[in-house]
Write a protein that binds this ligand. Structure first.
Ligand code: NI
Length: 394
């Protein structure tokens, strides 16, 4: 365990409020593009702060503009949505909604951003310029960031850099993970429908056995990462669902497969996508089956700007000292990627594991997910340090 974080005094003074905000969001979760109450609550909490509020943006999002003289415009971003998960943890601030839960920590992101806005409003002598506080809906598969960009949140005034964070239960409290370049994966989805002439299992010569075809496909798709991708780069092709057939002695007429394809670089993403198409065609002609591929481009890889990443690392060192360093990486996807395609910036990770998670891990998207709430003050302090570095006061 690293030393105790150096929480910014303005954040330390309101830490209990940050925790209260997080608990309110946690108790009242809403899924993607349903965040109506969440958006209204954010607007209410911003009332005491000198900001210009736009709401709703992209259906349920909120943008708060804090102007403070001449200087660059930067954006700080939080996501708002919860997941369709029934919370099983026994915490006093448990979700009050059946089957909906903040199981990824977006409640913490909103609370952190509200805390940063409150403190930066009081610290106007220490920075110059304009800050856009972006609360975006629908991160969990709805590409809410893209809709916010289409709604113009990066323009008027034009955003020069953007920063966002994720609480990260794979890292201890008191750490901040920062990495230049690819940080999270492109995460695409695909569906493959295999059709053929079914029939009696005892007369396979009269059929096209699409169960065999589907099995060949599953195996052949694994050759993409092992044989086509540069072994020094990262990619994943996983089939998560196969559905076909009714009973033991009938060869079916349709098999459905669903899977995900992930890569850390755009070129590898395109390679994997192209190879999935080629393998489907090749297997179809080999076995005489019809194979239809439906490939959905979902989130691009999350790529951090090198310069902005070193600025965030510097900011994080002030708060957590040696606890700042490379993050725990995964092939997860994140729609912050869309913002980072438009403007330079950095998406970083704030360690939020509780001591008991060593015995019983509570990973993101699990039904007993919970965080060390002291991570909120760490994240908000890093935001303040970033602002003071990128748009210093007189
Ligand atoms: Ni998340």
């Amino acid at each position: 365990m690293t030393r105790q974080p150096n929480i910014h005094p303005r954040i330390a003074a309101i830490e209990q409020q940050l925790i209260a905000w997080r608990r309110h969001f946690h108790q009242h979760p809403e899924t993607g593009f349903e965040e109506h109450e969440t958006g209204r609550y954010i607007v209410e909490q911003l009332q005491g702060i000198d900001v210009e509020i736009q709401h709703p943006v992209a259906q349920t999002g909120v943008v708060a503009l804090m102007s403070n003289g001449d200087g660059p415009t930067i954006a700080l971003r939080a996501d708002m949505d919860a997941l369709p998960i029934q919370e099983t943890g026994d915490v006093p601030y448990k979700s009050t909604r059946d089957g909906v839960m903040h199981a990824c920590g977006h409640d913490a992101h909103m609370a952190t951003l509200l805390g940063a806005a409150t403190a930066l409003d009081q610290l106007r002598d220490q920075w110059h310029g304009t800050i856009k506080f972006i609360f975006q809906p629908g991160e969990e598969g709805f590409a809410g960031a893209k809709q916010m960009i289409d709604a113009g949140v990066l323009k008027d005034p034009q955003v020069a850099a953007i920063f966002g964070l994720h609480v990260w239960n794979y890292q201890d409290y008191g750490t901040v993970g920062v990495k230049p370049g690819p940080t999270l994966a492109a995460a695409d989805e695909f569906e493959i429908t295999v059709t053929g002439t079914g029939g009696h299992a005892a007369l396979p010569q009269q059929t096209v056995d699409i169960i065999l075809v589907a099995a060949q496909l599953v195996v052949a798709l694994q050759s993409i990462v092992s044989r086509n991708l540069d072994p020094l780069e990262s990619g994943v092709v996983s089939i998560g669902m196969i559905r076909g057939g009714q009973t033991f002695n009938v060869i079916p007429t349709e098999v459905l497969l669903k899977g995900t394809a992930r890569a850390m670089r755009e070129e590898d993403r395109l390679l994997i996508k192209a190879r999935i198409g080629e393998i489907c065609q090749g297997v179809a002609s080999t076995y005489g089956a019809a194979i239809n591929l439906n490939y959905h481009d979902s989130y691009p890889p999350t790529i951090n700007d090198a310069q902005m990443s070193s600025l965030v690392l510097e900011a994080a060192r002030v708060v957590v000292g040696d606890g700042a360093g490379p993050p725990f990486l995964s092939m997860g996807g994140e729609d912050m990627a869309f913002f980072l395609q438009e403007v330079p910036g950095c998406f970083f990770f704030v360690g939020s594991a509780k001591p008991e998670h060593r015995e019983r891990p509570a990973p993101h998207h699990c039904a007993h997910f919970d965080i060390n709430e002291r991570a909120l003050a760490v994240g908000a302090s890093v935001f303040i340090e970033i602002v003071q570095r990128i748009m210093p006061g007189a």
